[in-house]
Design a protein around this ligand. Structure first.
Ligand SMILES: Cc1cc2nc3c(=O)[nH]c(=O)nc-3n(C[C@H](O)[C@H](O)[C@H](O)COP(=O)(O)O)c2cc1C
Length: 361
């Protein structure tokens, strides 16, 4: 398996380099079309605001996680250590990147085990790709969980990227029954996680029926994996052209959060760029928000830089709560929102009653 493992490991490094150096973001999360109504007399003291939250039985100081990114190459150990130190210090959580490379080649394990070492108390989720779970079953997932003593595991879906990259895994039949089997065997919660194209109400309903514990929507509007493939593909290749065509494919994050959270606890991920986006996510139904790309840039520096980025998110969220008169996170679910533009049209098309967002406190 070593040769294949080397390929997986080098591909991960390519992804990081491209995400650090190029603009790989897609357009429109849907948060652009959500506004809070400002409360000029909030009757709340900023210092009294509580942002503590609970997710899958774990307590967080604020509803923020660093979404899965990396591991699987020696050069990624430092990045994961910096993220782990920061989330441990701030009482947040994180996911590791796909653990495939370390399961195929145990010499790559340190880039993942470093996370639990530096974040002994934090919520950490393991990460495996759907194609590998389909091929190797629950045992593969158990190895990933055991490797980092994970609190949960995310099975990630990235069929868009698989379809575009030349070496992609494009067999998707039987995935639903595979996830159901894994859920039945594993003794930690299973999160199903998209990586930039979102999860529809129809898919969320199936995931609830087969016993999945939570959804990470991975909606459109943040990192685009079709976009990443554009930079990895040879000049004039069909892959490059397909990458351009599918760059903005997917369900905008705000819409997928609204649809998924009807069925399961939900992490809003995909283009979460400020504490205001986190607040909007919670207001429309998410339990947590996940941030990847903005943290990568800081994690390439040091853990203080990661803490600075995450503290900016936390303070942004707190400021929204202050300016909308919320003492506790749950109150964000009752503040009035203005929903307009394309998001309003999409919600109407999908049969969501948008009047429920115009709610008085
Ligand atoms: C460099 C990089 C590597 C990633 N690797 C993984 C991965 O291995 N597994 C996974 O589930 N998601 C992976 N993701 C996807 C993120 O977890 C997240 O869903 C996506 O980037 C959207 O969030 P963002 O817009 O804040 O970047 C990766 C993202 C980045 C930027």
């Amino acid at each position: 398996m070593k040769k294949k493992a080397g390929l997986t490991s080098n591909r991960k490094l390519d992804h990081i380099r491209i995400c650090l150096e190029k603009n790989v973001e897609s357009s429109y999360t849907g948060f652009e079309d959500i506004q809070f109504i400002h409360n000029a007399l909030p009757e709340v003291d900023l210092d009294a605001i509580k942002m503590e939250s609970e997710f899958l039985g774990h307590k967080f100081s604020a509803p923020i996680m660093v979404a899965s990114m990396t591991g699987g190459h020696p050069e990624t150990t430092r990045i994961n250590r910096n993220i782990a130190l920061a989330i441990q210090n701030l009482g947040l959580g994180m996911g590791v990147g796909s653990q495939r490379a370390a399961i195929e080649d145990s010499s790559q394990k340190e880039s993942f085990t470093v996370v639990r070492e530096h974040a002994p108390d934090a919520f950490i989720y393991a990460n495996v790709g759907m194609p590998q779970v389909r091929e190797f079953g629950a045992e593969f997932v158990e190895k990933a969980v055991g490797m980092i003593d994970a609190d949960a595991v995310a099975i990630h879906l990235n069929f868009l990227q698989e379809a575009i990259q030349p070496e992609g895994d494009v067999e998707s039949s039987g995935c639903i029954s595979t996830i159901e089997k894994v859920v039945g065997i594993l003794d930690v919660p299973v999160i199903v996680k998209e990586t930039g194209s979102g999860i529809s109400r129809e898919t969320a309903m199936i995931l609830q029926e087969i016993g999945v514990s939570a959804i990470d929507v991975g909606g459109k509007g943040g990192t685009s994996w079709a976009g990443v493939e554009v930079f990895r593909s040879p000049e004039n290749s069909i892959q490059k052209e397909l990458g351009v065509q599918f760059w903005d494919w997917g369900i905008p994050t705000a819409l997928t959060v609204i649809e998924s959270s009807e069925f399961l606890p939900t992490i809003a991920t995909g283009g979460i760029r400020t504490g205001i986006d986190v607040a909007k996510s919670i207001a429309i139904g998410a339990d947590m928000a996940g941030v990847a790309l903005p943290v990568l840039k800081a994690a390439a520096t040091d853990h203080k830089a990661v803490e600075r980025v995450l503290n900016t998110f936390i303070l942004g969220l707190k400021t929204v709560m202050f300016l909308t008169g919320c003492r506790e996170l749950i109150q964000l679910r009752n503040v009035s929102l203005l929903v307009s533009g394309m998001l309003k049209d999409f919600l109407e098309e999908r049969g969501v009653d948008i009047k429920k967002f115009v709610r008085g406190r």
